[in-house]
Design a binder for this molecule. Structure first.
Ligand SMILES: C[S@@+](CC[C@H](N)C(=O)[O-])C[C@H]1O[C@@H](n2cnc3c(N)ncnc32)[C@H](O)[C@@H]1O
Length: 381
């Protein structure tokens, strides 16, 4: 489901955020279709649901919970048409603000045909109740706070105990601006699930901006907590001044999740370029010299997923990892590279074969196979 851009005037970054959420959710729900016994269950948890700064006050069509509901229900109906056993979807929404909670409850009450439960209060205080309602199935959790004021140790304990993935909105701009200030030291400690974070922070390279340091500490903590093996991210810019507003992190234990994320990222990047382009044209009052599709292509080639620069970086990284861990399994290797560099599995397959032909890598291929299998062991030459 593609949200309507007109509803997002002045906060187009939320439009881009919602496209990523919807596209990833759609792919994740279809993924559950892989042959399995019984009807698959998909739990969608919108932990910081809103509604928040919406322009559609009737249907909340520009709110994450409403869009997720339409996206997942469309997948469910598609599956029925395809003759697959119906996907069961549970919607669990949590909101701390009283006024927003009332609206959320009303939204649910008007949609009795869906399995929606709404929780009032902070997500951190509701995790046991929410977890109890999604014990089985795959759980996708969307964590979209307004800043960094969250108790991550509670959030991590929720994510650790469920089978699933999460999308975490890291509010880069706010964190960059404020996290160096002594007055927020305690709240940043809660965000990083580490009251003694300052020590490590100070040891990170001095030329890193604050947000990069905090993101590094957060990702390290997330991995230590066992909530994710891979944490690929995409930066979302403020379309009017092109500064990074937020970073969306996917938390997953599966290489396939990273590949799907990078694939969705490509679509999102194209949409973001075209939104920025339209704003530029509108602001200047001059028509663009090039069609929007051409600008999207130029930008994609300059710095988008699978662009030449990223392929080159992925090649270097792949060689470096193989040199350090000779015999590493191919699936592991691709996960490690794709997490850090925006490329996709077919790019890595091409890179691996090229390096093998050039005599820089060794691996055995089964008869009639042209690219490594997930378990293929890769060695340096
Ligand atoms: C950025 S808004 C969410 C926007 C929504 N996810 C969307 O994309 O349409 C964050 C929301 O979380 C709520 N909130 C803040 N802290 C919370 C907490 N600890 N637990 C649950 N909700 C919280 C705020 O009241 C606000 O409505």
């Amino acid at each position: 489901m593609q949200p309507q851009i007109e509803r997002y005037r002045g906060r187009e970054q939320s439009y881009i955020k919602h496209i990523l959420l919807n596209k990833y959710l759609e792919a994740a729900a279809y993924k559950l279709l892989q042959p399995r016994r019984g009807a698959p269950v998909f739990n969608f948890v919108d932990a910081f649901a809103g509604p928040w700064r919406v322009s559609d006050r009737d249907d909340f069509s520009d709110a994450s919970f409403s869009q997720a509901l339409i996206t997942l229900d469309t997948v469910r109906q598609q599956l029925i048409k395809m003759g697959r056993p119906g996907l069961r979807v549970r919607y669990r929404f949590c909101e701390r603000n009283q006024e927003s909670f009332v609206k959320l409850r009303q939204f649910a009450a008007e949609r009795q045909e869906f399995d929606i439960q709404v929780f009032q209060g902070s997500f951190e205080d509701n995790i046991d109740e929410i977890a109890a309602t999604c014990r089985d199935g795959f759980t996708f959790t969307f964590i979209d706070p307004t800043g960094w004021n969250i108790r991550s140790n509670r959030v991590f304990s929720f994510l650790r105990n469920l089978n699933g993935e999460f999308l975490f909105n890291f509010m880069a701009e706010d964190i960059n601006r404020h996290s160096g200030w002594e007055g927020v030291s305690e709240s940043v400690g809660r965000f990083l699930a580490d009251p003694a974070w300052k020590h490590e922070f100070q040891n990170l390279p001095r030329d890193w901006p604050n947000e990069r340091k905090i993101l590094h500490l957060l990702k390290t903590k997330m991995k230590e907590s066992g909530i994710a093996t891979y944490l690929p991210e995409i930066a979302i810019l403020r379309p009017r001044d092109e500064r990074v507003k937020m970073r969306l992190l996917l938390g997953t234990h599966h290489v396939r999740g990273v590949h799907v994320f990078r694939t969705v990222q490509k679509v999102v990047e194209a949409e973001a370029v075209s939104v920025r382009q339209n704003i530029k044209v509108e602001q200047s009052g001059q028509p663009s010299l090039f069609p929007s599709s051409q600008i999207v292509e130029i930008e994609a080639d300059r710095g988008g997923v699978s662009c030449p620069a990223h392929v080159e970086r992925a090649t270097e990284m792949l060689c470096c990892i193989v040199n350090q861990t000779p015999g590493i399994g191919y699936e592991n290797l691709t996960g490690m590279v794709m997490e850090l560099v925006p490329v996709r599995t077919p790019d890595l397959n091409k890179i691996a074969v090229t390096l093998r032909n050039a005599g820089r890598l060794k691996f055995d291929l089964p008869p009639r196979k042209r690219t490594p299998l997930p378990g293929t062991r890769i060695f340096p030459v």
